[in-house]
Write a protein that binds this ligand. Structure first.
Ligand code: MN
Length: 221
């Protein structure tokens, strides 16, 4: 029997719609620039040959309707509404959710310009709000994905606008990692990313999936 120096931390997990069980999360992979209009607004060529990935720690998840804290060390926190995939025993897609890839855009710009990693820009505490997991069929290919801030629409697109479809993203990621249960993949965001302030109410929706909403808490509140 293993004896722990310090008891293991709780396993990050997502609630499942109409199901008393939870989905245990072991890691979060994220796709960069998977919508052509967002790739353009970030100054990139959307015709790149393969998607690229970055990651967030599983402990960055914010679930069950909790409100994330506005992070330290940024003057430009951005929202990114995203379709989230949850993988099963055979690394197949078994669930779908609405997520928000919170980003310290100023730190990301600095990291890009200096060729440094994105961890502080993307993988900070509470940077991955994610809604309830839907184990049902995939959302419609042309389902609308939207994000509102304080009731005002900021992002609006269709899942069919994605450069790489969900199953293609999983295929590409499987070339780089041994995928399996507990792996979440944030599949990229459409155009319209923008700044958030403490107190802002964020609502993200994808037709057919449980909506995600949260209010950015004041730092240290
Ligand atoms: Mn993103």
């Amino acid at each position: 029997m293993t004896r722990w120096l310090i008891p293991p931390p709780p396993t990050p997990s997502l609630p499942i719609l109409d199901d008393g069980r939870r989905y245990a999360v072991r890691r979060i992979l994220c796709v960069g620039q998977n919508y052509a209009d967002h790739a353009r607004e970030m100054g990139a060529d959307p015709d790149r040959p393969a998607p690229f990935f970055f990651s967030k720690p599983a402990m960055a998840l914010v679930t069950d309707g909790a409100d994330p804290a506005f992070p330290s060390m940024t003057e430009n926190l951005h929202h990114e509404a995203e379709l989230v995939l949850a993988l099963g025993e055979a690394a197949e897609i078994i669930g779908w959710a609405v997520g928000c890839d919170l980003t310290r855009r100023d730190l990301q710009a600095e990291a890009k310009s200096r060729g440094r990693p994105w961890d502080a820009a993307k993988g900070f505490d509470q940077s991955a709000p994610c809604g309830t997991l839907n184990l049902g069929p995939a959302p419609a290919p042309d389902a609308a994905i939207r994000l509102l801030v304080n009731g005002e629409e900021r992002q609006s697109a269709r899942l069919s606008d994605m450069i790489w479809a969900p199953h293609e993203i999983v295929e590409q990621a499987a070339r780089l990692w041994t995928l399996g249960p507990g792996d979440l993949i944030f599949t990229g965001t459409p155009a319209g990313v923008g700044a958030l302030n403490p107190g802002d109410r964020v609502e993200a929706t994808i037709d057919g999936l449980y909506p995600l909403s949260f209010t950015l808490r004041l730092p240290h509140a």
